[in-house]
Design a protein around this ligand. Structure first.
Ligand code: PEP
Length: 256
């Protein structure tokens, strides 16, 4: 068993108003806000950060964001900078989610700039990587995911490893109800760990948490989280309901 603390992170995507988000956060806090065996994070929309931050205040649940611009300020209409997130005590930032790569044209190089800026501002990047169904069927998964990790973490230093989170999210499994089997996910997570060793050094690579994302739900979480290189989950749909999200936190706590 590794020393890595499981991380269960909820990606709320473009869902929940500030009021709805605060209510969901309150329900999660009530159920698992005091537990310490699993790191828990919720990532609402930017407009909900203030309300959700207040709802999490005094609990062990950390606020996350879904994106960040690498520049500190300037003429970047519609974007958000690191210190704007930090004002609300954001601890994690999801970067390079496949929806941002697909719909907003984000490249590995741009995602890498964001990763470096997030670390420089004392927040933890959750670097998302993953293949399409076509790429999987063409046998390119490991090659593609390895390249995304390498490019995404360019310039990250070994000593920053414990603040780095990678999320393996096969695109064909996101929001589709299809999940990678535990063995399929573990194979890719182990390959990511090999890349992390090259990039950050063998000892430091052991500190990086690699999350699985893609239709993780209460009924498949136990088996996925039991794999040696699956250190938690990045959760979309099941994070929008307190009961199912809490159940995932409890699944991770059971593994400990
Ligand atoms: C995600 O988009 O990060 C995700 C994992 O979504 P879902 O759990 O809904 O597949």
């Amino acid at each position: 068993m590794s020393n890595r603390k499981y991380l269960i992170a909820g990606n709320w995507k473009m869902n929940k108003t500030a009021c709805e988000g605060a209510e969901l956060a309150r329900q999660i806090v009530e159920a698992v806000g005091k537990q310490t065996s699993v790191a828990v994070c919720v990532c609402p929309t930017f407009t909900s950060l203030d309300a959700v931050s207040k709802a999490l205040d005094g609990s062990n649940i950390v606020l996350g964001a879904q994106n960040m611009h690498p520049k500190a300020s300037g003429a970047y209409t519609g974007e958000i900078a690191a210190d704007m997130l930090r004002q609300f005590f954001v601890g994690y930032v999801i970067l390079g989610h496949s929806e941002r790569r697909q719909y907003f044209g984000e490249t590995d190089a741009f995602v890498n700039e964001k990763v470096l800026a997030t670390l420089a501002n004392n927040m933890r990047p959750i670097l998302c990587v993953g293949e399409t169904l076509e790429e999987r069927e063409a046998g390119k998964t490991i090659e593609l995911v390895s390249a995304q990790v390498k490019e995404g973490l360019k310039g990250v230093k070994g000593e920053q490893a414990e603040n780095v989170v990678v999320a393996y999210e096969p695109i064909w499994a996101i929001g589709t109800g299809k999940t990678a089997t535990p063995a399929m996910a573990q194979e890719v997570h182990a390959a990511i760990r090999v890349v992390l060793k090259e990039v950050l050094g063998a000892a430091q690579a052991e500190k990086v948490r690699i999350l699985y994302g893609g239709s993780m739900k209460p009924d498949n979480a136990d088996a996925l989280l039991a794999e040696p290189d699956i250190d938690g989950g990045l959760i979309g749909g099941a994070a929008l309901d307190a009961k199912s999200f809490v159940s995932l936190v409890e699944s991770a706590a059971k593994q400990g």
